[in-house]
Design a protein around this ligand. Sequence first.
Ligand code: TYD
Ligand code: MG
Length: 456
Amino acid sequence: MAKTQTTFFCKSCGASSAKWIGKCPSCGEWNTYIEEVVHKEKTDFKKTWKQTDRSAPLLKPVLLKEVEQGNEQRYPVKDIELARVLGGGVVPGSVVLIGGEPGIGKSTLMLQIALQFTDKKVLYISGEESDTQIKMRAERLPFRNEQCYLFTEVSTQRIGKALQELQPDIVIIDSIQTLQSELIDSTPGSISQIKETAGDMIRFAKETGTPVFLIGHITKDGSLAGPKLLEHMVDTVLQFEGDRHHVYRILRTTKNRFGSTSEIGIYEMQSGGLREVSNPSEILISQRDEALSGVAIAATIEGMRPLMIETQALVSTAVYGTPQRNSNGYDAKRLNMLLAVLEKKCGLRMGMQDVFINIAGGLRVEDPGIDLSIVAAIVSSYENIALDGKICFIGEVGLSGEVRAVSRIEQRISEAEKLGFKTIYLSKFNKLPSKQSSIKTIAVGKLDEMLQLLFG
Ligand code: TYD
Ligand code: MG
């Protein structure tokens, strides 16, 4: 019997080494090397579906100008949000990785996508759930596909055989961390297994022109479990995110070889699966009869989509020595910065106040243009003065209390106008669109100018 062989792998980039090293020479990360059992049986090679490698026709270099154009026929996708993030339909032979935290809805999303390809033969491979479990889930979804096959298997060799027999049009794998190559000894989910099995699936996709969707798990720190290398190997990386306790989910592109990475898709988790949200702004702003203090609306841009988002703040005197600062959906470091600016530049005594920030709907906003609205919410709560519900804000706040210009101002203003806002506060450094609009724009250069106008 062959001797058990172990190799050390870098968790971050997937580089390997015979012995443990503190700093990865390949990616420069510290303390990322872990030991794994690797045991390749070279003789088994012929038995596997990799033999197609050898029988495949030999490709020759071609002249760029002779490559035929426009033969990339995308498979149309019925799910509008998915089509948006993919930059159109599914490209044949492409490999799409969908990452997300446990329970966020990855399996639900992929199953309903599988069921929506009604004219395609779809193979849904699961190493996580049984056929009956998947069937139960499918029963709850409002879609039916007569040609959707299920296969509960984790071995890539056996999957390879099934793929050769069935010849599906689209393959979905739930999840890459459960796949196992019989050629490697280490456990499923280990770096060498992920590298090997993902490599197998990518080869299959490229050779046969079949699109493959891989579901991937996310580790605590928010990165895809497995080597970073996996993200380099696939064509498209989508992140499925949101708060598990809220109904909204965002599908974000972080890498796309066939489209832009600035698109997002928004879904709502319902009892009958995920529903596409086409009018997100209307839902994200809560309806209430009376104006409340500590609430301000921001005209943000997520991806390419303008979104009106409700920012909420609660400021109250700290009972214990050290005031608490807590932020949900907004960068906590940025919150501290805004509080320091308010203290130093606007004379607000924030030092002894607890400050809590929340973005409605469980969304996480990265657009720095939300700053102005956060400040408005904080001061509204601090002064206990409610803002008019027809006012919205857009602008980034700088360290010296200046209000900075933001991108795509035109789109933001027209979204605010569409939703019936009457006034928008923005930076005076933003060049305003020449188009006449019914919304009143108030341009400010400094934070205290705005606070003066709002709270006197
Ligand atoms: P799931 O797709 O299993 O998450 P993941 O594969 O990312 O781990 O879905 C998780 C949650 O979705 C689960 O808590 C139940 C909920 N859910 C619904 O609310 N409605 C539905 O129709 C389905 C199928 C699931
Ligand atoms: Mg799942």
